[in-house]
Design a protein around this ligand. Structure first.
Ligand SMILES: [Zn+2]
Length: 497
């Protein structure tokens, strides 16, 4: 994905490449050598000629290193795309936790000392992650951070077996919190899908992608565990983490209401509508994982939990970690408790988002909307638009004409570019200020270009929080402490920003 405002050399996507002479070469081999079916199992020799002062940050083992050459021998295509390399002037810091080495490599343009700062942020996560990942990590792990300057706030990351690539705009809001969350998230992917995956995920067919029903596991469970890991590492406070769970619930419900089961969403992820709403897997998946963690902790009397289940599954499918799409649910039930079958039906296979309340009650919480006041900018679109994936238009109905000059129309382009998830959200649905936006719209079948500015407003809103019940029992408090790792009495309910 390339942004029109920042030039063609910048990678904004962690699967992308970036070639900037004398600065950086981000090599993601899926974008370089192509997917050539007869040669997927062929061993590959890679020779890289580089400037003397450049260093290649990668989990791929260097077979030989000369002054201006690196040589790699790689088992096959999949091993190569699993090992991206970032060449640039070295800005790398290593941190060791109980013998496990983590490298933090960065490219940040003019800032050549970013790695030390990032290592300080990430070290507590690596320290606390031992219990999570030591079972599967068998060599050094690389965090590869590629920063770029852009007017927009953007960040994305992609996991590999022994590394992750992060593409981060230097303008990312709440940089540290985002960094912690995504670092923990990508690292924990070594659990799943890297060591626990559906048959079709392993050796993925890039020509004919086959979906499965387990995005709840790959993204929901991992996002939930990442937040929990940040909490355990004391890098994010409990109120922040519980507010993120509440926000995940609201976002998932807003996106699909009561109409979408997680398993069905996963099976249709390559359809345009599901792809547009891909964050649903993270949002509802997080809520689902939270409920499952509570239930497993309760049923086992604190002997196991969601992380324990992942470890059990990895052992169960050893040595490959591969499971059959249709067997995973029944395997989970047979490896845990009969009650888990009902949980899976109600929270993953069927379509009822409010079942989570039953599990929240077990740890003395309930969903509650708290009042807060806020200021912001708006185009007044809330509840007045409908996105059509088929023609990539945003249909707007019955909006006051003061915003755009028209009341009914369809938006075709923003700042000259076709609609995409990021610009629709950032420019139209959640504008940061009153900067005018150029829009190509269709009014009564005719294309028109207009310039519109968001308006300032002040409003009272109710935000969902996970509040404490009025008279919690000792059992509820104890289970809360087991699941969250912090005392129930110390949890202070706050309204999210
Ligand atoms: Zn992920």
């Amino acid at each position: 994905m390339l942004g029109p405002d920042i030039g063609p050399q910048i990678a904004m996507d962690p699967t992308g490449t970036s070639f900037i002479e004398d600065s950086v070469f981000l090599l993601n081999f899926g974008a370089i050598i192509g997917y050539i079916e007869p040669y997927l199992s062929t061993p590959i020799e890679l020779n890289v000629k580089r400037p003397q002062h450049f260093f290649g940050a990668t989990s791929l083992e260097k077979n030989s290193i000369a002054e201006t050459h690196d040589n790699y021998l790689v088992d096959d295509y999949y091993a190569l795309i699993d090992g991206p390399i970032m060449y640039c002037r070295p800005d790398t810091v290593s941190t060791v936790v109980d013998g496990q080495v983590y490298h933090i490599a960065t490219y940040s343009g003019s800032d050549t000392n970013r790695a030390r700062l990032l290592a300080e942020y990430i070290h507590p996560i690596c320290r606390e992650a031992e219990e999570y990942v030591s079972k599967v990590l068998d060599s050094d792990y690389w965090f590869i951070f590629y920063h770029f300057d852009a007017s927009s706030e953007m960040y994305a990351a992609l996991e590999h077996t022994r590394s992750s690539v992060f593409c981060l705009s230097n303008n990312t809001r709440s940089y540290e919190e985002r960094l912690l969350e995504i670092s923990a998230h990508e690292l924990l992917h070594v659990l799943t899908p890297k060591h626990l995956q559906c048959r079709d995920t392993k050796n993925f067919n890039f020509k004919n992608a086959v979906p499965n029903q387990h995005l709840w596991l790959y993204e929901g469970v991992i996002q939930y565990l990442a937040l929990k890991l940040c909490l355990e590492a004391e890098t994010l406070p409990p109120e922040y983490v519980l507010n993120r769970f509440a926000k995940a619930y609201v976002s998932a419900k807003y996106r699909y209401g009561d109409r979408q089961s997680l398993a069905e969403f996963s099976r249709t992820i390559y359809d345009s509508v599901s792809a547009y709403h891909f964050t649903y897997a993270y949002e509802k998946g997080t809520v689902c994982a939270f409920g499952l963690d509570i239930l497993l902790t309760e049923l086992s009397g604190g002997q196991t939990d969601l992380l324990g289940l992942l470890h059990t599954l990895i052992d169960n499918y050893a040595p490959t970690g591969v499971f059959e799409d249709s067997n995973l649910f029944s395997d989970i039930v047979s490896l845990t408790f009969p009650e888990i079958e009902t949980f899976i039906i109600e929270n993953i296979l069927e379509e009822n988002p409010d079942v989570i309340d039953e599990y929240l009650a077990k740890i003395g919480l309930y969903r509650h909307r708290m009042k807060t006041y806020s200021r912001g900018y708006t185009f007044g679109l809330y509840g007045k638009y409908r996105y059509s994936a088929r023609d990539n238009l945003l249909y707007v109905d019955s909006i006051p004409s003061r915003f755009f000059g028209y009341t009914d129309f369809a938006i075709e382009k923003i700042e000259g570019a076709a609609l995409n998830y990021e610009t629709v959200n950032r420019k139209l649905l959640d504008p940061e200020d009153d900067t005018p936006v150029v829009l190509d719209i269709i009014v009564e079948g005719k294309p028109i270009q207009i310039t519109a500015s968001p308006r300032k407003f002040e409003y009272e809103i109710k935000k969902q929080v996970l509040d404490k019940v009025s008279s919690p029992s000792e059992k509820q408090k104890a289970l809360f402490e087991k699941v969250m790792g912090v005392s129930y009495d110390d949890y202070v309910v706050t309204v999210p920003d």
